[in-house]
Design a protein around this ligand. Structure first.
Ligand SMILES: NC(=O)c1ccc[n+]([C@@H]2O[C@H](COP(=O)([O-])OP(=O)(O)OC[C@H]3O[C@@H](n4cnc5c(N)ncnc54)[C@H](O)[C@@H]3O)[C@@H](O)[C@H]2O)c1
Length: 287
């Protein structure tokens, strides 16, 4: 591994939820010292136990190259952004998907870390340009869109905004590769590359159900075997959550146009509480 393929020595993560804890884990496994700022004490406790559990299971399966205790010792959880390390080379925010909240934590973090640090958002949909505009130095800000679950997911979308400096994009790409993942570079635009295509396919599959073209199992099997998709579009919608899909489709409709208009069947299912795997029923039965 040459110098440019190394992860930063120190990384700060803001938000210790599902994504933040996963991002902390993958950096710590590679040797990074990670500090997670988590404002909710119960969530901080949950992050600690989730990290311990997943890393222990990985060690038991022989999938953890480093010593479990050494990796765990590299991760600390703090209760406020002011306590994040000033020498962090990268800050990744993973707080809930609200622009005002993300701007508040990013501007706070910008005041804590040095001038050379890169600031990143794990947003799935918000505009990198709009978030970056609130910073003193938007040139060092970009999107690093990790996927869930972070340790098992191979992809990170690296999203550059109108002000992101090119060397910052290159550094992010190198870090993604040092994590053993694959980067795709995407210009800041609604839905980036993944949601824009994935959601459109899911919506068309729902319209096909409405038109009685085939049943859910047949539509999914057609894409799985015919197009070698690992999972059909309706099963995938069930896993993401129909409510989450509906919210993203509504956002993409307002930003990209009516081809993202949510089908009535999706609205009806959400209204009926059929949200997919998490409620036991969506387009498929999960009980
Ligand atoms: N869950 C997914 O599948 C997924 C996938 C890709 C990207 N994302 C994006 O990642 C981000 C986080 O998603 P998540 O699913 O991990 O959410 P989550 O709700 O599990 O975690 C967010 C955490 O941020 C904490 N938080 C809130 N305000 C804070 C503050 N001011 N300071 C510090 N911590 C604070 C919350 O207490 C919570 O623990 C969102 O932008 C989401 O769109 C999520």
């Amino acid at each position: 591994m040459n110098a440019t393929q190394q992860v930063p020595a120190t990384v700060a993560v803001i938000g210790g939820g599902r994504m933040g804890a996963g991002i902390a884990q993958v950096f710590a496994v590679q040797g990074t010292h990670v500090s997670i700022a988590e404002s909710d004490s119960a969530a901080a406790e949950a992050a600690r136990s989730r990290l311990t559990d997943t890393l222990r299971k990985a060690a038991e399966r022989g999938k953890l190259a480093a010593d479990l205790d050494v990796v765990l010792d590299r991760i600390v959880v703090v209760d406020e952004i002011g306590k994040l390390p000033a020498d962090a080379g990268l800050v990744v925010e993973a707080v809930p998907e609200r622009a005002d909240l993300k701007i508040a934590v990013l501007t706070k973090a910008e005041a804590v870390v040095g001038e050379d640090a890169v600031l990143a958002s794990n947003t799935s949909s918000l505009s990198i340009g709009e978030l970056g505009a609130a910073l003193d130095a938007p040139s060092r800000f970009l999107g690093m869109h990790f996927f869930n679950p972070v340790p098992a997911s191979k992809l990170v979308e690296v999203v550059y905004g109108p002000d992101t400096a090119e060397p910052v994009v290159h550094r992010a790409q190198e870090w993604v590769r040092a994590l053993g993942k694959t980067d795709v570079v995407v210009r800041d635009s609604p839905g980036f590359a993944t949601s824009r295509l994935g959601v459109l396919l899911g919506l068309e599959a729902i319209r096909m159900l409405e038109e009685d073209v085939a049943d859910a199992k047949a539509i999914d099997t057609a894409m799985e075997l015919g197009y070698r998709h690992p999972m059909g579009p309706l099963r995938s919608t069930d896993l993401v959550g129909l409510d989450v899909r509906l919210a993203v489709a509504e956002y993409l409709q307002t930003t990209l146009g009516d081809r993202f208009a949510p089908p009535q069947l999706l609205r009806d299912k959400v209204a009926a509480g059929e949200l997919g795997r998490k409620t036991g029923r969506g387009f498929h039965d999960w009980k």
